[in-house]
Design a binder for this molecule. Structure first.
Ligand code: URA
Length: 463
């Protein structure tokens, strides 16, 4: 062995390229190079001129350096060497044993990136109030953290989060990514309040009639299960599947032929939840009735509060965090509540529509207002929820909430102020997003004053 290469641990793409350039410059054949990093003898290669490689070869190198196989660099150098020796189209020849092996590695790396996107689960870490952080523990088989991280930046740009893995860690502070050393399982939080939500969501998307444990294990390989809150439900779901299918068949047989959303609502109402927890379980397990909506965003707050605030529907941030009014509209609402002398933790906060309706526009998820039909579908939940929460006064934030509460259109500009929602004492006011959108500064100040006044009115009505 004449040459010895020492690369940084993991996917040292730059180090490999530098070494390959130097080795080609000195015409070092693959058999004369030790890539193990532990060679006692052998010279480090010098620098060399840039190598011009066919596109497919470059792509294979970029991907395969991320594979955990300790032979990856030696294999990639064989590819570079043979191309340099005249086999320019080598990377396109899938039947070549070397290329075949590299393609398998490339596939495994791409699959691992995909699995990481799908199976990272963030847990909330409360630092100080208003300074939440999220952390996830993940155990990738290959060095894919850097390739996978940008996906999470796009998805959770405004949050602060870390992903910890035994192969390295990454931290996003809302502005820049910072890659750090490997982490240990115990560095990551163990669970958070939304754990049950993931489980309920997964159970609700599980179709017992289609259960195929082998397929499930290939889509969600077992090695990911231990870090997925929802995976705890899998063994029980598989075990219970035959009975659930039997139940479904019996139910189908006795159900009227025509199925429509109202029937689905009626079936849920038939379960007659007696507590808010029982109702929430039904909501969390139901399919979204609007396009988008990855999870149900449930109401939160104490029972029998002075005031319940009802918004339109969860937004992007609410869908991400699983809590109502935590995005920009929520921040504005918090400010107005403080100005009106109200403490949000004393109030109950919920939405007329429990899922985030959106259209995907490239990487962005654009809010879409719910239709009257969609609002009506969710009315049963809202009604039941308020019956169980028993607020003294209900505040409709915006026209959609007013429609859901009153069962008829009540435009905010005409109906602002005290009202009654089917015998429940209420107040209609603006939706905080409206205040964010008013372009004219003077009108904005006026609307802000009215919004705070309406909240004060609700406070006075609640006694
Ligand atoms: N807008 C709403 O109506 N509700 C939320 O929870 C967030 C934004």
């Amino acid at each position: 062995m004449d040459w010895a290469v020492a690369l940084a641990p993991g996917a040292d793409l730059d180090g490999f390229r530098r070494a390959a350039r130097g080795l080609i410059a000195v015409e070092a054949p693959p058999g004369a190079v030790d890539w193990s990093g532990g060679a006692l003898f052998g010279e480090a290669p010098p620098d060399g001129p840039p190598l011009i490689l066919p596109r497919r070869a470059g792509a294979l190198i970029q991907s395969c350096v991320r594979h955990a196989d300790p032979e990856r660099f030696a294999l990639l150098y064989q590819l570079v060497w043979r191309i340099h020796r005249g086999e320019r189209a080598l990377a396109e020849i899938a039947s070549d044993p070397l290329v075949h092996r590299l393609e398998q590695m490339d596939k495994a790396v791409r699959r691992e990136i995909h699995k990481m996107h799908a199976f990272v689960r963030f847990r909330r870490i409360e630092e100080e109030p208003g300074h939440e952080r999220f952390a996830a523990w993940f155990e990738p088989e290959h060095f894919v953290l850097e390739s996978a991280a940008l996906f999470f930046v796009d998805r959770f740009r405004s949050m602060r989060w870390s992903i910890l893995t035994p192969l390295g860690s990454v931290f996003w502070d809302g502005a820049a990514l910072d890659f750090g050393p490997p982490a240990r399982r115990e560095d990551a939080p163990d669970g958070d309040p939304f754990e049950d939500g993931w489980r309920a969501y997964y159970e609700s998307t599980f179709n017992p009639a289609r259960v195929n444990p082998r397929m499930m294990a290939s889509e969600m390989p077992r090695r990911y299960w231990r870090n997925l809150p929802e995976a705890a439900a899998i063994p029980d779901m598989i075990r219970g599947a035959p009975a659930r299918v039997r139940e479904m068949i019996e139910r189908e047989a006795s159900a009227p032929m025509k199925r429509n959303p109202d029937k689905a609502v009626a079936a849920m109402a038939d379960q007659r939840p007696k507590t808010l927890e029982a109702l929430n379980r039904i909501i969390a397990a139901a399919d979204p009735f609007v396009s988008g909506g990855t999870r149900a965003v449930l109401g939160e707050g104490p029972l029998t509060p002075a005031i319940a605030l009802v918004g339109e529907q969860a937004g992007d941030q609410e869908d991400v965090q699983g809590r109502p009014f935590v995005g920009p509209a929520g921040q504005l609402l918090d400010r107005a509540l403080a100005e009106a002398g109200l403490d949000r933790t004393d109030l109950y906060v919920t939405n007329a529509v429990k899922h985030f309706k959106f259209v995907q526009d490239g990487k962005r998820r654009l809010h879409k207002s719910p239709t009257a039909g969609e609002v009506s579908h969710y009315r049963w939940w809202l009604d039941k929820e308020l019956e169980l929460v028993r607020p003294r006064v209900i505040v409709a934030l915006g026209a959609t909430a007013a429609l859901a509460l009153a069962g008829k259109p009540m435009p905010v500009t005409k109906c602002r102020g005290e009202t009654s929602f089917e015998n429940r004492r209420g107040v209609i006011t603006y939706h905080p997003s409206y205040l964010l959108r008013v372009p004219d500064a003077a009108r904005k100040a006026e609307a802000w004053g009215q919004f705070v006044d309406d909240l004060r009115l609700a406070r006075a009505l609640a006694g």
